[in-house]
Design a protein around this ligand. Structure first.
Ligand SMILES: [Zn+2]
Length: 126
């Protein structure tokens, strides 16, 4: 009997997928732990590939704008980094600056455009 390598590989992949699905259904925690261990082993054995994958994933997450600070107009690759940013002085100062700008805009919105002295009087008395 002749062996069909592609058919054999396809069958193998299908069997692995089925086996994984069964393991996951039978004991989800054990399955996750096994996957975590496998991943850690792979990262330890392939540090360059792991670093490249990490860079790619961070860049993709950053580009997607999922973790965004609208005040500072900045994207972050993940939630912990966004939260760290929100706690930093650079962010707090920016928020303070934006609030001051908004308050100033509100203050000046009370005046008519090109208000002369008479116009200012109108605003103050009405
Ligand atoms: Zn910010």
């Amino acid at each position: 009997m002749e062996i069909d390598p592609i058919g054999y590989r396809k069958k193998n992949v299908a069997n692995n997928l089925r086996w994984n699905a069964n393991q996951k259904a039978a004991n989800p925690e054990q399955y996750l732990q096994r996957k975590r261990d496998e991943r850690a082993t792979w990262v330890a054995n392939n540090p360059e590939k792991a670093a490249a994958a990490d860079r790619k994933s961070r860049a993709k997450a950053k580009a997607s704008g999922r973790h965004r600070c609208n005040d500072c107009d900045k994207n972050f690759p993940n939630r912990p980094e966004l939260l760290r940013h929100l706690g930093r002085d650079i962010h707090k100062n920016k928020v303070k600056e934006l609030k001051e700008k908004a308050n100033a805009a509100k203050f000046f919105a009370g005046f008519k455009r090109k208000a002369d002295e008479a116009g200012l009087d109108d605003v103050q008395t009405s």
